[in-house]
Design a protein around this ligand. Structure first.
Ligand SMILES: Cc1cc2nc3c(=O)[nH]c(=O)nc-3n(C[C@H](O)[C@H](O)[C@H](O)COP(=O)(O)O)c2cc1C
Ligand code: SF4
Ligand code: FES
Length: 635
């Protein structure tokens, strides 16, 4: 490929960061191919220079390393310079304009020099109401305006962030430091956030230790009877494979291997398990399609991007029971004929990433991953890929593009991933919670699992409770429990409830007189709501509904990939209208603004390419339908 590079040269440190990612991957391929690797252009220093070039099909086949290589530069250097981009482009044979397009797609990457530490402060729907705004005010007054605005600090800085997936511990911050691992603090005080920005933060080890008490995130009794998905949380050591096995780990995989791949898929189909990532597609049907696809290889992808505001259930599972996901993915790979799985985790989950990396390493070392899993004669291995701050990468085809090293823009469907997915091959994509359910399907048997709940809503279900409830956290119930029952588990609501956001930013509201709705796909649809990603965000009368909706609209405006006009423009216009209502500077009357929002919603729903644009107006439409935005309703 003829790459047109600028004159900018990478520094030694930048090249080292890129080589750290690219060379081990090449060495792995070389050892598989039985040769001793690739020639070095500069045998002495061990660094490649800009004269190095290996082109053609093999080089283009490395494009999937683009995101990890950019991560490495961002982490080591603190920003991605033009020289570093040139070097990445050369090493991976990616046109520099495309590498730039990818680097600028993600919020966690910077293509401008910036302060060595950035404190990301969540000001999204939950944190905004529970201390996040006060944090931003303190940071703003003590260290200056936020990153990206005039006057922001070169040495010490902060930036607003969408939901960090720590809503039960609001307010949350994420600390990104050059040359050091990222870490989260939640709940975060202003003093902690200021100290972290100044370089006096706790560091990753101490910050991780603050998450040891899992009862903060899972208030239900650890190991309590009735808990299935959460049964090991707070009970088994997330760092020990032996402890995992002592608590029932790997019995499901043994059973799977005992009955064979076809029967595993029959069990999953019999269980009527539906996907927990939002679309509720039957898992058995998806698996069967890929298992039977003649084209090879098949790929498995776990969607751990969890970026829907108010959602944190997957994070809690990943942090507290990482081996469970490794086992569940191995079963999925075995059943559907995949030898390789990718675990795509959002970039803002540093603790879960560390625990999963450790679990994958342990499982590989002990023969639970690799060429001959458990000595059972089948091969399966896993690779973890970190996102870098883009909600749209949770959409399954955008996620595939992100892994492949392209901008995380959704593809047109069909073809669906089960036909043409990762690298154009048949691909199973499942949500984290869906995969944990597979362990239960194998433990109980498909038909018994189907007896829990009913219809399309079978099995255990996790909900993320936040906002005005006594004990926020992840709660597990059997499908069919009512909203009132789930709220009671969390100690009930606090203050006077105005509305409850169900399903997330792409969901809808229910009113205090609708608490007896059964939390099933069918029950929520009947009242015009949806379960979405399992969000139950309780809003009391002290909150300003217009501000909450404006924040939701701002989220979609920021996160739209911009590929199609109805979403790119519609999300901007939607936010502008809500901002005018908030300032009481409506164009015409409030009714006219509501009519405009209605118009926009119709166009976005009907003409957007993907679910983001189609659901971006959902919560706003729901609020309008319930009269929550009408003139005269106390805001
Ligand atoms: C904008 C958007 C964001 C999404 N984010 C996620 C996500 O973070 N996690 C997830 O599992 N599914 C997400 N989905 C749904 C996925 O596209 C896909 O349906 C899901 O991963 C399939 O897994 P499942 O069948 O196990 O639910 C998202 C969809 C859209 C449209
Ligand atoms: S609907 Fe929005 S997010 Fe989806 S492809 Fe179009 S612009 Fe991108
Ligand atoms: S972590 Fe702040 S809203 Fe979710």
């Amino acid at each position: 490929m003829d790459l047109r590079l600028t004159q900018a040269r990478a520094t030694d440190a930048e090249r080292r960061a890129v080589d750290r990612v690219v060379d081990p991957a090449l060495d792995a391929v070389a050892s598989l191919n039985g040769n001793n690797g690739i020639k070095r252009a500069d045998g002495v220093s061990g660094l490649r220079d800009e004269h190095f070039s290996d082109a053609g099909h093999a080089a283009r086949g490395r494009r999937h390393l683009l995101l990890p290589a950019l991560h490495a530069v961002q982490e080591d250097i603190g920003w991605i310079s033009p020289g570093a981009l040139n070097y990445v482009s050369l090493r991976l044979s990616v046109p520099p304009a495309e590498a730039y397009g990818v680097a600028t797609f993600y919020a966690m990457f910077s293509t401008e020099p910036r302060a060595p530490r950035v404190v990301h402060v969540c000001d999204d729907v939950v944190c905004g109401q529970r201390g996040g705004e006060q944090l931003t005010e303190r940071l703003s007054s003590e260290i200056g305006p936020e990153l990206g605005t005039e006057g922001s600090g070169d040495e010490v800085c902060w930036v607003r962030s969408p939901c960090l997936g720590l809503c039960e511990r609001a307010p949350a911050v994420l600390v990104q430091s050059t040359g050091e691992p990222d870490y989260s603090i939640a709940p975060a005080s202003a003093e902690q956030a200021l100290a972290a920005a100044a370089g006096g933060g706790p560091g990753a080890d101490a910050a991780d230790a603050a998450f040891t008490d899992t009862s903060v995130s899972v208030p239900q009794t650890p190991g309590g009877t009735g808990l299935r998905l959460l049964r090991r949380v707070g009970v088994a050591d997330p760092g020990s494979l032996d402890d995992y096995r002592a608590h029932g780990g790997y019995t499901a995989l043994r059973r799977a291997v005992g009955i064979g791949p076809t029967r595993v898929i029959t069990e999953v189909s019999d269980s009527s398990l539906t996907g927990r990532g939002g679309a509720a597609f039957p898992t058995g049907l998806k698996w069967d399609g890929v298992a039977k696809a003649p084209e090879r290889p098949h790929y498995l992808v776990c969607n751990a991007d969890e970026s829907e505001p108010g959602t944190f259930k997957d994070r809690v599972l990943l942090e507290s029971d990482p081996f469970g996901l490794v086992e569940a993915m191995t079963i999925a790979g075995y059943a559907t004929g995949c030898e390789r799985g990718y675990l795509y985790i959002r970039g803002e989950y540093p603790l879960a990433t560390r625990r999963l990396n450790h679990a994958i390493g342990q499982a590989r070392q002990r023969g639970f991953l690799g060429a001959d899993v458990m000595g059972e004669g089948f091969s399966f291995d896993l690779e973890l890929r970190r996102g870098a701050g883009a909600y749209i990468c949770g959409e399954e085809t955008a996620l595939l593009n992100s892994i492949e090293g392209f901008r995380g823009e959704p593809r047109n469907k069909p073809p669906f991933p089960s036909v043409s997915g990762l690298f154009g091959k048949p691909t199973v994509i499942n949500n984290v919670e869906t995969l944990y359910n597979v362990l239960e399907v194998l433990a109980a048997g498909g038909p018994a699992f189907a007896q829990i709940g009913g219809g399309r809503s079978t099995g255990p279900k996790l909900f993320c409770l936040s906002g005005a409830v006594a004990r926020p956290g992840v709660y597990e119930v059997s499908f069919g429990a009512t909203l009132r029952e789930v709220l009671a588990l969390a100690g009930g609501t606090v203050g006077e409830v105005r509305a409850i956001l169900l399903g997330g930013a792409a969901g809808g509201f229910v009113l205090p007189d609708q608490l007896d709705v059964p939390l099933t796909l069918e029950g929520t649809r009947e009242i015009g709501a949806s379960l979405g990603s399992g969000v139950i965000f309780v809003i009391d009368t002290s909150a300003d509904m217009t501000e909450i909706l404006r924040r939701i609209a701002a989220f979609f405006r920021d996160e739209s990939c911009g590929q199609c006009v109805p979403c790119r423009v519609g999300t901007v216009r939607q936010e502008e209208s809500l901002a005018r209502m908030l300032r009481r500077t409506e164009i015409g009357s409030r009714e006219q603004e509501l009519a405009l929002l209605d118009d926009l919603a119709r166009v976005m729903r009907d003409a957007s390419i993907c679910g983001l644009g189609q659901t971006a107006p959902a919560a706003i439409q729901s609020a309008i339908g319930l009269g929550l935005l009408s003139e005269g309703v106390a805001q």
